[in-house]
Design a protein. Structure first.
Lengths: 277, 332, 372
């Protein structure tokens, strides 16, 4: 929990993962922005080495819930939360658990790609190591860069120019760079907030490939508007909804197949069949 | 019926706009006002430059190497004064830069959100306080404290030339008069005017850092300082340098505070802790009163040199700020 | 808190938390995501105390120094060293650096705020001696020597002079400044970029040069007398660029849609500017004016050169020397007489109150604009 040394094990490129996928449990999560409550009493457990999709119409609190999972919600002025979130049994909101620790183990990829434009592609990938003070020698560093870029299906496209600035890539490439960057710190969970909504179909496909390959190593929680995507990549799905004027919450959750073919709740059925949203 | 040929190319019409008389007057008036202001500035520069000709004619390049200002002996030059101006500004910037940068970062990232707007107001207030009031404060309140620091510096770091003072620092009773009215104290006082200026520019640029990049750094497990180093500072480079240069320009031209704090002495000296020194603006302010025609011309020459220096410094600052990434993101 | 024991139904696939139609009970209250734990506060407090003790012993007794500034500097340096060691025991390097940087930034902010605060407090404290006498506000210094006791004399002439000079300066610089701003935003054209560059350079012009220009050009060359008018003109030279630049920003904030709507209704350019744009921007323009005034009334070098330091009250802007608050402060200071210096601080307090007042008005206006 309060580790003094930050040690990263670098698996050989192409070799087996470190198998450190973690399980997240959220209990009784509520969220406020200022005085307005936007999430009410959400409980969900996201088992290790799986992909959990969070679906639902806009504005029902899916992204807010996601940001609570890695303690990004509290960085917004006026934002508050209630409830508990545990990573492999450890409560990440406990006072003695450092925020930076939580975010190291629970990574995030944002909706709009945000590589650091002033840094090269290789430096972008290792940015998380620099930020967390992890030291690697040059050989391990370049091995890690290659491994993460391969995992993100970006290596072949940029291997000749990893010294060039990270801003000079296309949107899809930027997002895959952000994924590689998030993977470089070897998180146990990766949160993805509508990662493909700004991307073209080819890049979307690449990202989905990445998700499928990664989930044995890294637990993934993905917010998506695209129901077909949720059906394609996830094993578990949770359906969020916010009634008019009420805070959002989970209507139903369970195995993806069940949610999409035989949902128990009428509202879920309406949503997955496209009647609203 | 089939279309066999492409339609003829369309040529845009040239539109002429005729304004009514009222608008033509308005445009003319606005244009003349704008050009008048342009003309005024040029006039000041030209006037100062033109008036410098007799002086330069008379004293030539000696004007820039002579340190004394003794009009009655026909020995005048701005060498000492230019050096003094640079020294005071240098001390001011050495003190102001870290404080302004630290305060700007503090306001943006570290201060509790509730007091952030109060802090911004306070910094603006600091810039609004008249410089003569800082001058009084610098002489009566800061001076004695700074002299103590000066004495310590000259005693323990006196092997460095800039910290030497020609008095025995180890004497049992120290000569206070050798430490008053020094470039050091003047520089500290001037920094009170430089800090809010630099801080305001830096802070507004820090605030414009793209949220996405900041969040990315935080989400990777970075601390606030780590995010500042990786995201904020590279983004705000232009604002930091530009803001510092604007503050430098201000420090070079400061008059009232220097008049009060700095004890006039016309000699080139690198001893900032020792009493004595003079800046260009203080020179002009103290000597204009009983200046003959030719001495006035000499003062104007000094003024012209100051004019050129501040124009250059501020223009460089403006270009740096305008070219920076942060300017590209502002709508204004 | 270790493993969670969740009730079975929450782990099964089944109906979720919200039965159809029900609203959730507002049972939860927000929790404080405090950044610092009790250990953190102890580490901080302990380091502060330990370093203080070390410095008290070392500074005062062993090294036998004196002087508050040195004490504080030593305390800061010792605190950083002690705090770093304490933190390094349990935290990794990035957190140690972060905490040290945080402490240093708090210190930097405290230094600057303290400097400003001490300036304001010191000015009022020293000025109180003179301000306590009513004659300070009702009399001037005609016939009163600088060494005279504080029951005689006052700064009436300086206050009146400041108000008149600033008034004239505003009358000159406001139309010029707003006109230039209008030129830059509304009319535009080839010259406007040069004008903008020059205006920006002019805002940084040292005030002494404006004063020098007016002195040599108007007073010496054209034979104008040292007077309030000369000072006002020099003040206008510095104030116009400030109004022009801040005014330009205010005018740009007016949404283009308003201008288009006015044109679509058939209004000419001038009418649009006069009836739509300027009124919409009036708060921003007022703020620009107030900031320029605050700058103008504090300018010492300008009035030093262009208006003589008279000791009698005058309302005539031409022909006679006119005193003003900054000039009075400076000339009183140069006498080095205790009574005069007390008056100087009194005048400084009045000047400070004026500037603070203007500043508060500007802030209130800005808040009003934000509230719309």
């Amino acid at each position: 929990m309060s580790t003094k040394e930050d040690v990263i094990t670098v698996p050989a490129p192409g070799g087996p993962g470190t198998g450190t996928a973690g399980g997240l449990d959220a209990v009784g999560i509520s969220a406020w922005f200022g005085g307005t409550r936007v999430l009410a009493d959400v409980t969900l457990s996201m088992p290790p080495a799986t992909v959990t999709a969070l679906i639902g119409p806009s504005g029902c609190g899916k992204s807010t819930f996601l940001r609570i999972l890695n303690r990004m919600h509290e960085s917004v002025p006026g934002a508050q939360m209630a409830g508990e979130v545990s990573l492999d049994g450890e409560e990440i909101y406990a006072p003695q658990y450092r925020v930076t620790e939580a975010r190291k183990h629970i990574g995030m990829v944002f909706q709009k790609p945000n590589p650091f434009p002033a840094m090269s592609i290789a430096d972008n990938v290792t940015a998380g190591l620099t930020l967390t003070g992890t030291k690697l020698n040059r050989k391990d560093r370049s091995d890690l860069v290659e491994k993460c870029l391969r995992q993100a299906h970006l290596w072949d496209e940029v291997k000749d120019r990893i010294g060039q600035p990270g801003g000079a890539l296309s949107g899809g490439q930027q997002q895959r760079l952000c994924i590689a960057r998030a993977l470089a710190v070897r998180p146990r969970v990766l949160l993805m907030d509508e990662p493909c909504s700004a991307l073209d179909p080819t890049s979307t496909l690449r990202v989905e490939e990445t998700i499928s390959e990664l989930c044995s190593e890294v637990t993934i929680v993905i917010v998506t508007h695209n129901m077909q995507q949720a059906a394609r990549v996830s094993q578990h799905t949770a359906f969020f909804l916010a009634e008019q004027g009420s805070p959002g919450g989970i209507v139903e959750h369970g195995p993806t197949r069940t949610i999409f073919s035989e949902p128990s709740d009428a509202r879920t059925a309406d949503y997955v069949r496209g009647r609203f949203g | 019926m089939t279309v066999t040929s492409a339609p003829p190319e369309a040529v845009p019409r040239r539109l002429t706009v005729t304004h009514d008389t009222g608008d033509r007057i308005f445009h003319g008036a606005a244009r003349s006002i704008g050009l008048f202001v342009l003309f005024m500035t040029g006039a000041i520069g030209v006037f100062l430059g033109y008036q410098s000709i007799p002086t330069l004619h008379r004293y030539g390049l000696h004007f820039f190497s002579q340190t004394q200002w003794q009009p009655e002996l026909d020995r005048i030059g701005i060498a000492a004064v230019l050096v003094g101006t640079v020294e005071v500004a240098f001390v001011a910037m050495v003190v102001s830069f870290p404080l302004a940068l630290g305060l700007a970062l503090f306001i943006t990232d570290y201060a509790p959100k509730r007091i952030k707007s109060w802090l911004v107001t306070t910094v603006d207030l600091m810039a609004a306080v008249p410089s003569i009031i800082y001058g009084l404060w610098g002489f009566f309140l800061l001076g004695p404290q700074a002299m103590n620091v000066g004495r310590w510096l000259s005693e323990y770091l006196g092997f460095l030339p800039i910290f030497k003072v020609d008095t025995d620092p180890h004497a049992a009773v120290w000569q206070q008069s050798r430490y008053t009215g020094s470039v050091f104290i003047a520089g500290l006082t001037v920094s009170m005017m430089a800090i809010p200026l630099a801080c305001a520019v830096m802070r507004s640029v820090f605030d414009q850092t793209p949220l996405g990049e900041r969040e990315a750094a935080m989400a990777l497990g970075g601390t606030r300082w780590g995010a500042a180093k990786m995201v904020v500072f590279p983004f705000a480079k232009g604002g930091i340098i530009g803001g510092t240069m604007l503050a430098l320009g201000r420090a070079l031209g400061e008059t009232a505070a220097v008049l009060i704090v700095l004890a006039p002495a016309y000699a080139i000296s690198d001893r900032i802790l020792q009493t004595g020194g003079q800046t260009t603006s203080a020179l002009i302010a103290s000597n204009f009163g009983n200046a003959t025609r030719s001495q006035l011309s000499a003062l104007l020459t000094a003024g012209f040199v100051l004019f050129l220096i501040t124009i250059v410094v501020n223009s460089i600052a403006a270009v740096i700020i305008r070219r920076s990434r942060s300017a590209a993101l502002t709508e204004i | 808190m270790t493993t969670l024991d969740l009730p079975a139904e929450l782990r099964d696939d089944g109906p979720g938390d919200l039965p159809p139609g029900a609203t959730p009970q507002p049972t939860a209250r927000p929790r404080r995501t405090r950044r610092l734990t009790r250990e953190d506060w102890l580490a901080l407090g302990g380091s502060l105390a330990a370093s203080l003790a070390l410095v008290v012993v070392g500074y005062l007794h062993i090294l036998n120094f004196s002087g508050t500034v040195g004490f504080l500097l030593c305390w800061y340096a010792t605190f950083i060293a002690v705090y770093a060691v304490v933190l390094a025991v349990t935290h990794p390097r990035t957190i140690v650096v972060e905490r040290l940087v945080t402490a240093t930034l708090y210190v930097a902010a405290a230094i600057v705020l303290f400097a400003l605060g001490s300036t304001i407090v010191y000015t009022f404290a020293q000025g109180w001696k003179a301000l306590a006498h009513a004659n300070f506000f009702t009399h001037d210094m005609s016939g009163v020597a600088p060494t005279a006791p504080l029951t005689e004399g006052g700064v009436l002439h300086a206050m009146v002079g400041t108000v008149i000079e600033v008034g004239i300066a505003v009358a000159i610089s406001l139309p010029l400044g707003v006109g230039t701003a209008v030129y830059m935003t509304e009319v535009g054209g080839r010259g406007s970029q040069s004008v903008r560059t020059v205006v920006e350079a002019m805002t940084a012009l040292p005030e002494i040069l404006a004063g020098l220009f007016v002195y040599v050009f108007l007073i010496v060359e054209l034979g104008m007398a040292k007077s309030g008018l000369a000072a006002a003109i020099a003040m206008a030279v510095t104030m116009t660029p400030i109004i022009a630049r801040a005014g330009e920003v205010a005018l740009r904030f007016v949404p283009g849609g308003l201008r288009e709507a006015s044109s679509a209704l058939g209004a000419g350019h001038w009418k649009t500017v006069w009836k739509v744009v300027l009124p919409t921007a009036r708060i921003g323009l007022a703020t620009a004016l107030i900031l320029a005034i605050a700058r103008g009334i504090g300018e010492t070098a300008v009035v030093l050169i262009t208006s003589g330091a008279s000791s009698f009250t005058t309302v005539s802007p031409t022909g006679v020397p006119m005193n003003s608050l900054p000039l009075f402060i400076y000339t009183a200071y140069t006498t080095h007489e205790p009574a005069a210096i007390a008056r100087a601080f009194g005048a400084a307090s009045v000047l400070l109150v004026m500037v603070l007042g203007l500043f508060i008005v500007a802030r209130v206006l800005v808040r009003e604009r934000k509230a719309r």
